[in-house]
Design a protein around this ligand. Structure first.
Ligand SMILES: NC(=O)c1ccc[n+]([C@@H]2O[C@H](COP(=O)([O-])OP(=O)(O)OC[C@H]3O[C@@H](n4cnc5c(N)ncnc54)[C@H](OP(=O)(O)O)[C@@H]3O)[C@@H](O)[C@H]2O)c1
Length: 316
């Protein structure tokens, strides 16, 4: 797929997001969407739920998130909150006059379930979420739990996972499938053996201190949506939120440092899934209807590199 076609798939965002031009009605961040290979529209701004656990806490944060306008929820088997998310949505969707179709739910295959177990794991996540179908199911990590990262067996296991997930699409368990933490070489390997379905999304650590340009270029060229995680630096890490350059740009634009860190990927057509517990943070993180000038985008794209999360370079 040519990159022009790819950018046309940001159909709802095109004028405002790509050019910053406000010559048509600007699209609010909460309404920005990307058209996946399947034709489904995926919100570019979603809500991350890593380390948010417990029935009441999940219900409260999702209540705030739905009220603020988030329509994508990102979870994973390893977050151990799928069941509570399913319960909360049953209660909350009617409150906001929403149906299942208005919400986009992503969950992920645990590294523990790579290989033939992937189909059963998908069914188990669906049972816990109790939501009819999953919108997007991702291979959480290119490696398998219990297999040394340097062993080629990781490659065979993730290929088998993909085969099982393709079956999951055909059986209606999930509408789209994708990957997470894949490098270009992992994506190329998958593209050579994709059992008829290309990955829709690659969810990766992406922030000013980790922005592998080869990965973004490859994903754009292949029509794979890049979705950023740990855009704010992750839990209990102020390296980016307290950075002097981020703070200066925030003050200049009258925004918070978090809003700068979230608008920066969005303005590069990269999806985001910030995680927050407080209502104030939840509201701020979707209030991204402004443009960062080119010179400030360049400053953010010039930070020295320092990854915070797990490193897929180690996985064969
Ligand atoms: N695929 C993967 O391997 C992978 C890995 C990591 C994460 N993820 C996904 O990506 C999501 C986001 O990443 P993340 O959870 O690592 O971290 P993150 O979104 O970068 O940061 C979350 C931290 O930032 C704080 N925060 C949120 N909004 C803020 C604001 N406006 N101002 C100041 N601080 C703010 C939060 O505090 P409060 O909670 O106190 O508000 C929390 O401590 C996860 O929840 C998960 O869904 C995926």
């Amino acid at each position: 797929m040519g990159s022009l076609d790819f950018f046309q798939r940001f159909l709802i965002t095109s004028l405002f997001l790509i050019t910053g031009c406000n010559c048509e009605e600007p699209v609010l961040a909460k309404d920005m969407k990307f058209k996946l290979h399947s034709g489904d529209l995926m919100p570019l701004v979603g809500f991350g739920t890593y380390q948010i656990r417990g029935t009441e806490l999940i219900r409260d944060v999702l209540d705030h998130a739905l009220a603020a306008g988030y329509r994508l929820i990102d979870t994973a088997k390893v977050y151990r909150n799928e069941e509570d998310i399913g319960k909360a949505l049953k209660e909350l969707l009617p409150k906001y006059n929403l149906t299942r179709q208005d919400i986009f739910i992503t969950t992920k295959l645990s590294p523990n379930d790579q290989g033939e177990k992937a189909y059963d794991a998908l069914q188990e996540s669906l049972r816990k979420l109790d939501c009819g179908y999953i919108d997007l199911y991702l291979i959480h990590w290119p490696g398998a739990y219990g297999v040394n990262a340097s062993k080629v067996n990781n490659s065979a296991l993730r290929a088998e996972s993909w085969k099982q997930m393709v079956k999951g699409v055909k059986d209606g368990l999930t509408r789209n499938i994708g990957v997470s933490n894949y490098l270009v070489r992992h994506l190329k390997e998958l593209s050579a053996n994709d059992f008829g379905i290309k990955p829709a999304v690659n969810q990766v650590e992406w922030h000013p201190r980790n922005r592998p340009s080869d990965l973004l270029e490859y994903c754009n060229q292949e029509g794979i949506l890049l979705q950023a995680y740990s855009s704010l630096g992750g839990t209990d890490n102020n390296d980016l939120l307290k950075n002097a350059d981020v703070d200066k740009i925030a003050k200049k634009l009258g925004k918070s440092p978090a809003q700068i860190l979230l608008r920066w990927p969005l303005q590069q057509n990269i999806a985001i899934i910030p995680k927050a517990r407080s209502k104030k943070h939840i509201d701020d993180n979707i209030d991204l209807n402004f443009v960062i000038p080119d010179e400030d985008m360049a400053i953010l794209s010039g930070f020295s590199q320092n990854r915070y999360a797990w490193n897929p370079e180690t996985v064969v």
